[in-house]
Design a protein around this ligand. Structure first.
Ligand SMILES: [Zn+2]
Length: 296
């Protein structure tokens, strides 16, 4: 099951709200459905639980069950066939038959509490959210400019910072940051999904941190092994050309130590010298050996 479906199932199954919020939820669901006009009131979705909620919202207004059309097995459409009933529905939300462009009628959002329910309805209709394992993305897809502007403004009023793009002549209002998405899911009432998202985020952050740490250490080891083999090559060259005995005592000592421990890091060499030589002292002498070899 996709994360989007999980979120929607959670939202549909939330307990019955107060009268005002139930009205606002139905309004969000219907207004952002497939169509909401005198000519057509319909809703299309794969998710049967969301379709069921839509149908029951319609029944509550008209007293009759709307029609179901199953399409290609997956997608189903719920629509209101009677003109009378469509008018009844529009009127229930203060809309009229002759409206030129669809807008949010704020009269349906009686109280502060209703805003969250309305957004919940809108999300159930035209929203999706990506699995947090992949990326952080939540969006509402609205076919009408003015309606999308109204939703955009409403989200801003609620303290969110949405973004907007045009995609295939549809207006997409979206969020890309996990904080806004967490807040929005919580606001709509999807607390279980929010917790899941936060959990995934913590896991991801932790994994990234560990990976960075491992990469850093691997790079360090690579560097010291590379330096070690370069030094070893230099020491062999000196030995072959003129023998290690020609080296000053301090340099000969470190050349022998390096030959015995070709892959030891500076830190490990320092320990082998049991404090007689500092790391920078060892490093300096090893560099000197490489220099001498280059001069040969
Ligand atoms: Zn309310």
């Amino acid at each position: 099951m996709s994360f989007s479906t999980e979120v929607k199932n959670e939202l549909v199954n939330l307990p019955i709200l107060s009268e005002c919020c139930r009205h606002a939820l139905a309004y969000g669901l219907l207004l952002f459905g497939r169509s909401f006009s005198n000519a057509s009131v319909s809703f299309a979705a794969e998710n049967r639980t969301v379709l069921g909620l839509y149908a029951s919202c319609i029944s509550e207004i008209t007293g009759t069950k709307p029609e179901y059309t199953d399409r290609s097995g997956k997608m189903a459409i719920v629509s209101v066939k009677s003109v009378m009933e469509r008018r009844e529905i529009l009127e229930a939300f203060g809309h009229s038959a002759g409206e030129l462009s669809l807008r949010i009628n704020r009269a349906n959002l009686a109280d502060e509490c209703c805003f969250a329910s309305f957004i919940r309805g809108a999300f159930l209709s035209c929203g999706t959210v990506s699995s947090p394992e992949k990326n952080y993305h939540l969006e509402f897809v609205v076919p009408f400019l003015k309606l999308s502007n109204d939703l955009f403004a409403l989200l801003q009023e609620l303290g969110f910072s949405p973004k907007h793009i045009l995609r295939k002549s549809c207006h997409v209002i979206y969020f890309k940051d996990s904080e806004n998405i967490e807040d929005l899911l919580t606001r709509m009432g999807a607390t279980k999904s929010t917790l899941k998202l936060i959990g995934v985020k913590i896991d991801k952050d932790m994994r990234n941190h560990v990976n960075r740490r491992v990469n850093f250490e691997t790079a360090n080891i690579d560097r010291s092994v590379q330096a070690g083999s370069l030094q070893l090559e230099a020491i062999r060259k000196i030995d072959k050309a003129r023998g290690l005995d020609t080296l000053p005592k301090g340099l000969k000592e470190i050349a022998c130590m390096r030959m015995e421990h070709p892959e030891a890091s500076l830190f490990e060499l320092e320990e082998l010298f049991e404090g007689r030589l500092s790391r920078s002292g060892i490093n300096h002498r090893l560099k000197r050996l490489v220099q001498i070899a280059e001069e040969i």
